[in-house]
Design a protein around this ligand. Structure first.
Ligand SMILES: NC(=O)c1ccc[n+]([C@@H]2O[C@H](COP(=O)([O-])OP(=O)(O)OC[C@H]3O[C@@H](n4cnc5c(N)ncnc54)[C@H](OP(=O)(O)O)[C@@H]3O)[C@@H](O)[C@H]2O)c1
Length: 167
């Protein structure tokens, strides 16, 4: 159900299709912070398999209520806009990737940003978009190696947003 759709109408239809084996999962999406309340309501009122939501190091709002709720209810999380629509690349522009990124296997800024998102315990799947095959290979590289732990995730945020120029 794209952009929240109309779950009161759509969920019963989708549930029948799921019972008939025509579809496997039922999900609902939004990338508007102003609609997170409606999303949270849908997550508690309907039998959803997954949600799709915006979340990145540049946009942490989903972590306040939605991601904990998804964990609590066992709902999968598909993350949209993991680079903040490219805003994170502007923030990192002209800066060296910190050496400690190698500790969790990140060899580029893109991999660091993707691993930041994938490491959130509620996140099931991350969907970066690109029109560039080289970027696609770079992004696939984020699937290798371990993920950053909580301290490393906090360090990523501190470096990006509080002490420009140094970690
Ligand atoms: N409600 C919804 O269902 C909904 C809403 C919003 C978004 N989405 C989906 O979420 C996905 C991602 O969203 P998005 O495209 O808005 O944001 P995004 O993935 O955060 O950012 C895409 C931007 O990052 C750049 N990029 C990607 N890989 C890179 C790399 N390795 N190095 C440098 N730059 C890189 C891309 O440029 P290049 O093309 O030059 O690589 C593009 O400008 C899409 O599949 C979109 O369809 C769904």
């Amino acid at each position: 159900m794209h952009n929240l759709g109309d779950p009161a109408t759509q969920v019963p239809i989708l549930a029948k299709l799921k019972a008939a084996g025509r579809i496997r999962y039922i999900g609902i999406t939004t990338t508007s912070k102003g609609r997170y309340g409606d999303l949270a309501r849908a997550m508690t009122e309907y039998p959803l398999d997954f949600i799709g939501i915006d979340y990145s190091a540049a946009n942490l709002s989903a972590a306040d209520e939605i991601l904990p709720l998804a964990r609590e209810r066992g709902i999968g999380v598909l993350v949209y806009m993991p680079f903040g629509r490219g805003a994170l690349f502007s923030r990192a522009s002209g800066r060296e990737l910190p050496e400690w990124a190698a500790d969790f296997g990140a060899r580029s800024w893109a991999q660091l940003f993707l691993k930041f998102v994938a490491a959130h315990p509620a996140v099931t799947c991350v969907t970066p978009a690109t029109s560039n095959p080289k970027h696609m290979l770079d992004n696939i590289g984020a699937a290798h190696g371990r993920l950053p732990d909580e301290d490393e995730r906090a360090r990523i945020l501190r470096g990006l947003f509080t002490c420009r120029g140094g970690w």
